[in-house]
Design a protein around this ligand. Structure first.
Ligand code: G3I
Ligand code: 9MR
Ligand code: ZN
Length: 528
């Protein structure tokens, strides 16, 4: 019996997913404290689920609207994990999911009163050598990307943008009490957190050319239990890339509007540097995608095209400046094909939404075209969700970081809902959230520390070193392509939606990243 192990909001739709053969006809919802059956419903809708290789059935218990702790029981198919029904059931999880970013901060001391056992002295504080030169620069700051301590611009840009969108559209803009050092300073905590990353990104821009370096890492990944402050090998700044430069231009442009009311000087600086980056990218002769330079083996974050990054940058700059120069660029790119994606590699959707949220663009032909495309994509996600065994939109495509797609697709539906409200957008976005917290074929909450069963042996060096799983991290999730030897060995016969293993060695299913948490932050900001 699979369901959200955290729970369900009072008045929201509530569906438990059953699996097995010759299913019981009814199920009971039992109040855990009184042990009384509060509702008995029918189990309906047999469906073959090829993604998980099982037969599913459904039990709707939306009529249970009284706050409390419950479980579900059947005569022959067992009992579910406990779950809550209530108004602010995700509150604690939300705090930890946001705080994860604070705990990933690099280059500063993490104090015990904010970081608990994850407190540490400042890490990665030495200057970094620019690859292929003797020149050293200061690139301290930013967030550690993931279970490793690399800092990568394209990955950071996705994370930053999700958080900025959360502040722009959701109640996140009111939250100043997450429990980070800046809490209570009158600036939304998400903006404080994002600024920590932006200040680092600004250091990643080459002062002379305006181009942006792709990443800063050591030559290779450290051992699996090395703490941040103990990775002391030389830091290397990898060459400038076009993807990093365009992404930088996009998020800096967006930041310039978001910080204006709090710090105008910073906002102006962001816009100035965004324009410089854009100018560099548009005029450089070097159009090749990023490849790890010889001797550097950390995360590559490569890309076969910069079309979508270019589009995103142009769209954000258009939204901030209203300038026809950027609008024309957007129009020219769209003429061929509208770029899509809410990921680190495909970022076109962000560009589209930037245009769609710009009032003065509303009368334009391109606006109509983009709106139609965006709504169509969201509608397709709804359709896919309706036919899926667990009401999510991935079909059979469970790739490395499949939970990025789960959370980001929910984000797309919620943003579409703001353009053109439809109940289904919210209903199915919520199902995606339930999937993250346990309504999935493995019946595991993919968010550490939340739900009865959640990942413990994550590929996250601080957690491994301290033998304590940091809370509030969304793991990568099932990956049918087996991106690591451990997964390949133990999952070889598993169906796509079950290609996940809670083992430290499985970095392709059980790692965590800043940009898997970030779309979850958006979704929780909207739905909590
Ligand atoms: O998008 C394609 C899809 O079109 C195709 O059908 C499918 C078939 O395999 O692959 C999809 O691409 C996958 C891509 O992720 C999707 O974003 C690639 O196979 C897959 O190899 C790639 O994995 C990336 C992984 O690095 C390896 O490069 C992950 O997205 C990315 O999150 C991960 O990032 C690492 C950093 O390098 C280092 N730090 C940790 C971080 C998380 O594991
Ligand atoms: O720890 C690394 C993780 O952050 C990356 O996502 C992953 C893929 O690039 O690589 C991990 O490092 C492993 C390396 O690639 C191969 N040897 C084992 C390393 C740690 O288990
Ligand atoms: Zn660090």
């Amino acid at each position: 019996i699979n369901l959200d192990q955290v729970g369900y909001q009072l008045s929201a739709q509530k569906t438990a997913i059953f699996r097995g053969d010759s299913m019981d006809e009814t199920f009971d919802v039992v109040n855990k404290d009184t042990n009384k059956i509060v509702y008995t419903g029918n189990i309906v809708g047999e469906k073959m689920n090829f993604t998980a290789d099982e037969k599913n059935y459904y039990g709707d218990f939306s009529v249970v609207t009284e706050a409390g702790t419950y479980f579900i029981q059947t005569k022959n198919h067992g009992t579910s994990y406990d779950f809550k029904i209530g108004d602010s059931i995700y509150e604690d999880a939300y705090i930890d999911v946001v705080k994860m970013l604070y705990l990933q901060r690099c280059g500063c001391e993490l104090e015990e009163k904010y970081a608990g056992r994850f407190a540490h002295s400042a890490c990665h504080t030495s200057e970094a050598v620019i690859y292929g030169t003797d020149k050293k620069i200061d690139v301290t700051g930013g967030w550690h990307d993931a279970g490793d301590y690399g800092r990568y611009v394209v990955a950071g840009a996705k994370a930053v943008n999700d958080l900025l969108l959360a502040v722009e559209y959701t109640d996140a803009s009111k939250n100043d009490s997450i429990g980070i050092p800046e809490s209570g300073n009158g600036v939304p905590d998400l903006l404080d957190e994002v600024r920590y990353e932006l200040e680092w990104m600004l250091k990643m821009q080459d002062a002379e050319s305006g181009g942006v370096y792709h990443k800063v890492t050591c030559a290779s990944f450290p051992g699996d239990t090395v703490l941040p402050q103990d990775e002391t090998e030389e830091l290397i700044v990898s060459p400038i890339s076009l993807t990093a430069t365009y992404d930088f231009a996009a998020v800096m442009a967006k930041a310039s509007t978001m910080y204006k009311e709090y710090d105008n000087d910073f906002a102006e600086k962001c816009l100035k540097q965004a324009k410089r980056a854009m100018e560099y990218a548009e005029t450089t002769d070097n159009k090749s995608g990023f490849k790890n330079p010889q001797g550097v083996s950390t995360g590559e974050y490569g890309d076969s095209t910069t079309r979508d990054e270019r589009y995103w940058a142009a769209a954000e700059l258009y939204k901030v400046t209203g300038s026809t120069e950027y609008l024309e660029l957007v129009e020219a790119i769209v003429k061929n094909e509208i770029p899509t994606g809410f990921g680190w590699q495909s970022v076109g959707g962000y560009g589209t939404y930037a245009v769609l949220s710009y009032k003065p663009a509303e009368g334009l032909e391109v606006y109509k075209q983009l709106k139609e495309a965006f709504i169509k994509e969201a509608d397709q996600l709804v359709e896919k969700s309706k036919s899926d065994g667990y009401f999510i939109s991935l079909g059979n495509e469970y790739v490395w970081g499949s939970n990025l797609d789960v959370a980001s697709n929910a984000m797309i539906m919620l943003l579409a809902n703001r353009l053109e409200p439809k109940e289904d957008y919210v209903v199915y976005a919520r199902e995606h959230l339930h999937y993250c917290f346990g309504a999935n074929p493995l019946s595991i909450s993919y968010v550490t520390g939340y739900g009865t069963v959640s990942p413990v042996h994550v590929h996250h060096r601080p957690s491994a070193a301290l033998e304590e799983t940091m809370k509030g991290m969304l793991v990568g999730g099932p990956n049918k392509d087996f991106g690591d030897p451990y997964a390949a060995a133990v999952l070889k016969d598993a169906p796509p939606a079950m290609c996940y293993v809670d083992n430290h060695a499985s970095y392709s299913t059980n790692e965590v990243t800043i940009y898997w948490n970030s779309p979850l932050i958006f979704v929780m900001s909207e739905l909590k």
